[in-house]
Write a protein that binds this ligand. Structure first.
Ligand code: PRX
Length: 637
């Protein structure tokens, strides 16, 4: 069992210890896990390489740590509490014993399909218990899972499958999201037309809708699991063997395949889960994220299950059948820890506090947020209306790349301040640097957030592109991991995340590269070029503003183009990437060397065109006036 910190003094002591001797600190933490063979050396690193390895030559299987290692106490304890989309459908409670059986059965199924250690398995599924089974079954046999969020389009799914050269795809016939039914398998069929590496596609029957099954390639999940045994020996993995790939957006159009390895990720996800949520055995923990994102990987599946937690998994949406859905679930299962995104809170806040009234939320002990900065209004609403002024809020800052929470209060231990992620967790050494890479020491400073020492949960490479890994994270500043975020350290030494400083935008907690959206827009036959920027949005955090130059107008004129551009992006990336504002412009503000001056476009999108700074380097200064005149205003700005 990993150590839990109980007091502020304990945190300070633990933090100092972890900085004075990080290797000893993480080795001690790792000792509490079950290793088939112990590591020879705790850490090898060089940020120039870059090369980071933890627990060298340690051997283990992460599922042995979830199941065998704790089965004698946990067999009959719920592992997953599943709440379906429709409150009238019965949920499922799956114990550790039952989950173990399902995982082994599906692990054998994968083997029977020819999947072995190191093979990639793509997963495109709704939030049903079989999704968790799928991840753990891969881990059981040493296959590398690559989960693609089921809101992505066929094109995005195909791009990710092709990049990872996945052999098998796990999916479902359809999925439920509130009143909507999503034809998952139709999307898959379209994607698989271009994916040569896929040999089999296993389809879970969720909606029962009529779908097409391709002979020789597609198999029903219920048929596939029929013939295999429920016992499957764990594959012995090296600590540094990849556990999974998870694609995320960067500042270029192509998504990055973040690679996490087995040993370090296990230690880090479990340690942070236990401490950040102060989880105690018997608690019911509810994270509203989708397993298609890192939050779901680390804090629905691996972190909680490694700690023997009861993890609630919810298939639906926060506003259906009504905006009280989350709170009904909290009441129904007596949830103790609740973890969500600021965007969800902002949309619920806007729908009114009456949806919280009358719900029994007295079981709640800890509230958490993740994914984007939380504004003070949402923080106070969460604190007052949900936490009833008694539950600490943990504003957890981290990234797909970091594997787990990096900066966060410990609930009931670290004094909180609205909109501050507060202090680094033990083992984490954040630094703030200016544009030249000079470290800004002391308090009351603002700059780029970097980390100067490795931690076990950090990414090790980008799938198939180690050079891009180096360039993206280690080339901006010497000998440091660059997060891409701006940050402020206040007079008390507390960290406040200010948002991205690169061309990445955060829309409703979904990370998108502006280049990715531009590429999608540029596919439109009537579009010449485009530039996309983010602007502040009261519900989504950031909205997407696209400036589009057209070759001609089709029938429907400007309005017709605006609509079809939005549709095209939703189709090419996914509905969550649909631009909020599309302004048709005669040209874009460019420097003489042809570079788009995004700073100017950002200001215009923000509605702050009065102070555009220096525009003398522009090729055509007049274009700016024209763009300002035609600028659109979002009422949600
Ligand atoms: O900008 C930061 C923001 O989300 C980015 C990471 O996005 P992603 O990899 O999709 O992971 C999201 C879930 C961990 C960061 O670079 N971010 C994340 N948490 C916070 C945040 N911004 C402010 N406050 C946070 N608590």
């Amino acid at each position: 069992m990993v150590n839990k910190i109980h007091t502020l003094g304990g945190y300070i002591h633990e933090y100092q210890k972890s900085i004075a001797n990080p290797e000893q600190f993480w080795a001690q933490t790792a000792e509490s896990f079950y290793w088939r063979a112990k590591w020879d050396k705790v850490l090898e690193w060089d940020f120039k390489g870059p090369n980071v390895k933890w627990f060298i030559n340690g051997k283990l299987n992460i599922t042995e740590n979830i199941f065998e290692n704790q089965l004698f106490v946990q067999k009959d304890v719920p592992a997953i509490i599943w709440e379906p989309n429709d409150p009238n459908e019965e949920g499922k409670i799956i114990t550790y014993g039952e989950l173990f059986e399902e995982v082994q059965r599906f692990a054998n199924t994968l083997k029977s399909l020819g999947v072995g250690k190191g093979d990639r398995v793509a997963i495109y599924m709704p939030m049903i218990p079989e999704l968790t089974v799928a991840l753990l079954a891969c881990a059981r046999i040493g296959a590398i899972h690559s989960v693609v969020f089921a809101g992505f389009s066929a094109t995005s799914l195909a791009e990710r499958i092709i990049d990872a050269e996945a052999k098998v795809l796990l999916t479902s016939d359809g999925s439920y999201r509130g009143l909507k039914k999503i034809p998952i398998k139709d999307i898959v069929d379209e994607a698989l037309e271009s994916c040569k590496s896929i040999e089999h596609c296993v389809v879970y029957k969720r909606t029962g809708d009529v779908i097409s099954m391709k002979e020789g390639r597609d198999i029903w999940w219920h048929d596939a699991i029929n013939e295999v045994s429920t016992q499957c020996e764990a594959e012995v993995m090296d600590a540094e063997d990849p556990l999974f790939i998870l694609y995320t957006s960067g500042s270029t159009g192509k998504p990055k395949g973040i690679v996490h390895t087995t040993g370090g990720y296990m230690v880090y996800s479990a340690y942070t889960f236990k401490n950040v949520f102060q989880y105690s055995i018997g608690d019911v923990y509810f994270c509203t994220a989708d397993i298609g994102w890192i939050t779901g990987h680390s804090y629905i599946v691996y972190g909680p299950l490694l700690c023997g937690a009861q993890a609630l998994m919810f298939e639906g949406v926060p506003t259906w059948p009504d905006p009280g859905r989350f709170w009904d679930i909290v009441e129904k299962y007596k949830v103790n820890q609740f973890y969500t995104a600021p965007t969800a809170l902002r949309s619920l806040l806007a729908l009114g506090a009456e949806h919280v009234e009358g719900k029994d939320l007295s079981s709640l002990k800890v509230l958490g947020t993740v994914g984007e900065p939380i504004n003070e209004e949402a923080w106070h609403w969460y604190h007052d209306h949900i936490g009833k002024n008694r539950c600490p809020i943990v504003d957890t800052w981290w990234q797909t790349e970091t594997g787990g929470v990096m900066i966060s209060p410990l609930p009931g231990i670290t004094p909180t301040k609205p909109s501050f992620a507060t202090l680094p967790l033990p083992g984490i050494q954040p630094v703030i640097v200016d544009g030249e890479g000079k470290e800004l020491l002391g308090n009351s400073v603002e700059g780029n957030l970097c980390v100067k020492y490795p931690w076990p949960g950090m990414l090790r490479t980008l799938w198939g592109d180690h050079e891009r890994f180096r360039k993206t994270y280690f080339s901006s500043f010497d000998d440091m991991y660059f997060t891409g975020d701006g940050v402020k350290r206040d007079e008390d030494g507390y960290y406040r995340i200010l948002g991205r400083v690169d061309d990445v935008i955060n829309v409703s907690g979904h990370r998108l590269g502006t280049a990715e959206v531009e590429n999608a827009i540029n596919e439109h036959p009537l579009v010449n070029e485009s530039a996309v920027v983010g602007y502040p949005h009261s519900i989504k955090g950031q909205g997407i503003y696209a400036f589009v130059v057209c070759t001609e107008f089709s029938t429907g004129g400007e309005e017709g183009i605006r609509t079809s551009v939005k549709k095209a992006v939703a189709k090419l990336i996914g509905p969550f990437a649909r631009p909020d504002m599309v302004q048709i412009v005669p040209g874009l503000p460019k420097t003489r060397s042809g570079k788009i001056m995004r700073r100017i476009l950002r200001k215009i999108a923000e509605g702050d065109a009065s102070n555009l700074g220096d525009t003398t380097t522009l090729l055509d200064e007049d274009i700016v006036e024209v763009i300002i005149k035609g600028a659109l205003v979002d009422v949600k700005r």
